[in-house]
Design a binder for this molecule. Structure first.
Ligand code: ATP
Ligand code: MG
Length: 440
């Protein structure tokens, strides 16, 4: 992408409406624009990051054996009347009437819709286990939308739903998602701690919220300090029995504050940490809560109808954009983990119009693309200072900076956004140097 052709409306001033750093930086970096409270347009840079996060989520769901579908955003009220949630859901649900005066709603979640799909098509336990997911916009009319995309009213969620014949089988499905979540968040450079969460009337231990630590987080959490040194990169195959893996992770104390009971907690006081965090995912087993009222049965091995055991598994895809920034920024701007960075490398031409600078930048830009990098060529007319500030603000991990002066010495500058270090070298070595550093 050439910056001169790219819509990147960066702001110099700090927007007053933004209370937390991720919201401020997303507005300043021209990633989003508010449409109304808690509802945003995603501008090119924001959409690029959102799509990269979405793709990581998708790949890890697929790897765990889930099937991608796409359910509608608008749902008929009848389904929710069947489950009993139409009246219970309250003011968070956006209710709509169509031209025939039918009650519709903008989906805050999709348990009913997916249960309807499965009751229509599943006949026998032999079709199980099954996990269906989609990545779709949700609407919840939150009382207090705030912090930009972190608590929006319209937001993008990945929601998966598992269907099994028994609680034991559902536990296997649950464990798969547990491990898939560890892998997903690790790929984004995040330490998301699975915290035991409230299962409500179902009881048991099959609900975890995945939480990343941040002072601005809305959740209070308690956990053993060893979590801070736990290797979250789960190099685990879905073919093995995942129970020991899940047991190993869950044996280390981590609870949301609703679940933490100081009297019951046996972690030594000096090992127990109390912090704030951002919920980026939530997995939940809820048994036959929807399949019972909605009549979602299959024929069991004994020939008798049995209600489906279900779990649901959410990831806040759009919330993650803000959450990653909360976890990774400095006073100059965003520091993207490379896996979700909008661009891998920027070639910053400090003097467009200068023959040699133009030729070298164009060459590097082409080679970067040929090497498979998502590259940004800064061919804008901005001042040198503004160019560097913009690259740091939008957080491009690797920046190759060049102008007449450096080229006179036969050199370009290669800068790493994360460390701030820059190294001078010949234009020809820049890309191989970046490749080496990335693999290091
Ligand atoms: P919260 O307690 O933050 O309201 P929730 O328990 O309502 O979350 P779920 O229904 O489990 O959330 O939704 C799954 C995921 O969707 C959450 O883990 C979160 O990452 C994301 N999410 C929920 N509500 C919002 C929102 N208003 N804006 C952005 N993301 C959200
Ligand atoms: Mg909520």
């Amino acid at each position: 992408m050439r910056l001169s052709q790219y819509f990147l409306p960066v702001l110099k001033e700090n927007p007053k409406e933004a209370q937390i750093v991720s919201h401020r930086l997303m507005l300043r970096a021209g990633m989003i624009q508010q449409s109304s409270a808690g509802i945003y347009s995603w501008l090119p840079l924001g959409l690029k990051v959102l799509s990269k996060i979405e793709q990581i989520v998708r790949e890890e769901q697929n790897r765990a054996g889930a099937n991608e579908i796409k359910m509608p955003t608008i749902q008929p009220s009848e389904l929710w009347q069947e489950s009993g949630r139409y009246d219970d859901y309250g003011l968070e649900m956006l209710r709509i009437k169509d031209r025939h005066d039918r009650d519709m709603l903008y989906g805050p979640t999709n348990e009913e819709q997916v249960t309807d799909i499965c009751r229509t098509h599943l006949r026998s336990y032999k079709a199980l286990p099954l996990n269906l997911y989609h990545i779709q916009w949700k609407f919840r009319d939150e009382v207090r939308p705030r912090f930009g995309v972190m608590r929006g009213r319209e937001f993008l969620m990945k929601d998966a739903y598992s269907f099994d014949i028994s609680k034991e089988a559902a536990k296997i499905a649950y464990n798969k998602m547990f491990v898939a979540y560890l892998k997903t968040f690790a790929r984004m450079g995040l330490t998301a701690i699975p915290m035991e969460a409230d299962t409500g009337p179902i009881g048991g231990d099959m609900s975890h919220e995945f939480i990343i630590l941040a002072d601005t987080g809305e959740s209070g959490v308690f956990f053993h300090k060893d979590w801070l040194n736990t290797n979250m990169v789960a190099d685990i195959s879905f073919d093995e029995d995942l129970q020991p893996v899940v047991d190993q992770f869950t044996s280390l104390y981590a609870r949301t504050d609703e679940m933490h009971d100081a009297a019951q907690c046996d972690v030594a006081a000096e090992d127990l940490m109390e912090k704030r965090g951002i919920e980026v995912g939530h997995i939940f087993y809820f048994g036959t809560k929807y399949s019972d009222p909605m009549g979602a049965n299959v024929q069991g091995p004994d020939g008798k109808p049995q209600a489906l055991h279900m779990g649901s598994y959410g990831i806040g895809v759009s919330r993650l954009v803000g959450a990653i920034i909360e976890a990774s920024h400095d006073d100059r701007g965003i520091i993207w983990p490379e896996a979700v960075a909008p661009f891998d490398v920027a070639i910053v031409n400090l003097k467009p119009g200068h023959e040699q600078a133009d030729a070298v930048s164009a060459g590097l830009y082409q080679s970067a693309q040929e090497a498979g990098y998502d590259a940004l060529l800064d061919d804008s007319a901005d001042s040198a200072g503004a160019k560097m500030a913009t690259m740091d603000l939008i957080g491009v991990p690797w920046q190759i900076i060049l102008g007449p002066r450096s080229l006179d010495e036969g050199q370009v500058e290669v800068k790493c956004r994360r460390t701030g270090e820059s190294v001078k070298m010949s234009p020809d070595s820049a890309l191989s140097y970046i490749k080496e550093q990335k693999n290091a």
